[in-house]
Design a protein around this ligand. Structure first.
Ligand code: KIV
Length: 285
């Protein structure tokens, strides 16, 4: 099956078709979201917070991103897979950006990379696009700048910062980015940006007028920690379901209710009657 291409994504804006992006970080979740029909799987550096247990995205390394992106690519065959460039893998200049983004495409087999920032990273964006590396921009609440923002706060509230987000979006478009994530900005500003650029905008906490939406998988499935930003809609409560399942398993093990004969083997059963062995047994028999 042919993967969704960057040109397909840009055409979606022209056809007024909403773009669905979601994060995934491993093989099983990539396979689930791909089968659910999303357009873009983002291997976000939110990985650091929802999978690796850091309190910001800053400690995530390029090696982390390559490792997880490889698994996501193996788990999907339809969606476009984009990988985040971690903190300090592109801010330091075009040569670093090229080398590091190149590894995300060549080793991890991502189709595109995402990086945070506006005009200040446009030299890098241009160099990447010129080298054949599709780029997604990211404006507004850019988590790698959390120490400058002083917290996870709505951005673009005052006229000056709103103007900067708009001019950054235009600069990213000029530099060759094929779409832009807008995070945690007022919806009227997101609507203005969306009208002002020909490339698609993908919002998270940026209202309904963006050309598409993105959510962090663990947030929308209810697996992430206790803090849930207001812009996250929880579509399932998997954290609670997992806890209950493991509590029931623990209880059954402690009271010898599991395993039952149904999940056990007796020595007089013939091999063919055992059904399909679980993966853990299949490789040993
Ligand atoms: O890292 C991430 O998951 C992201 C999305 C929130 C857009 O950048």
């Amino acid at each position: 099956m042919q993967r969704i291409t960057t040109t397909h994504i840009t055409k979606m804006k022209k056809k007024a078709e909403k773009i669905v992006m979601i994060t995934a970080y491993d093989y099983p979740t990539a396979s689930l979201v791909d089968n659910a029909g999303v357009d873009i799987i983002l291997v976000g550096d939110s990985l650091g917070m929802v999978v690796l247990g850091y309190d910001t995205t800053l400690p995530v390394t390029l090696e982390d991103m390559i490792h997880h992106t490889k698994a996501v690519v193996r788990g999907s065959n339809r969606a476009l897979v984009a990988a985040d460039m971690p903190f300090m893998t592109y801010q330091t200049g075009a040569a670093d950006a090229l080398r590091n983004a190149g590894r995300l495409l060549q080793e991890a087999r991502a189709t595109a990379v995402k990086l945070e920032g506006g005009e200040e990273v446009c030299t890098q964006v241009r160099a990447l696009v010129d080298a054949g590396i599709p780029v997604i921009g990211h404006l507004g609440l850019t988590p790698q700048s959390i120490n400058v923002f002083g917290g996870y706060k709505l951005q673009g509230r005052d006229p000056e910062s709103a103007r900067k987000i708009l001019s950054d979006a235009k600069a990213l478009e000029m530099a060759g980015a094929f779409c832009i994530v807008l995070e945690c900005i007022p919806e009227d500003l997101a609507a203005t940006v969306t009208r002002s650029v020909a490339i698609p905008t993908i919002g998270i906490g940026a209202g309904v007028h963006c050309d598409g939406q993105v959510l962090v998988l663990h947030d929308m499935l209810g697996i992430a920690g206790k803090v849930r930003p207001r812009f996250v809609k929880q579509y399932a409560r998997l954290g609670e379901a997992i806890r209950k399942a493991v509590e029931q398993y623990s209880e059954e093990v402690r009271h010898e209710k599991f395993p039952t004969p149904e999940h056990s083997f007796s020595s007089d059963e013939v091999a063919g009657a055992l059904g399909t062995p679980p993966a853990s047994v299949a490789n040993k028999t």
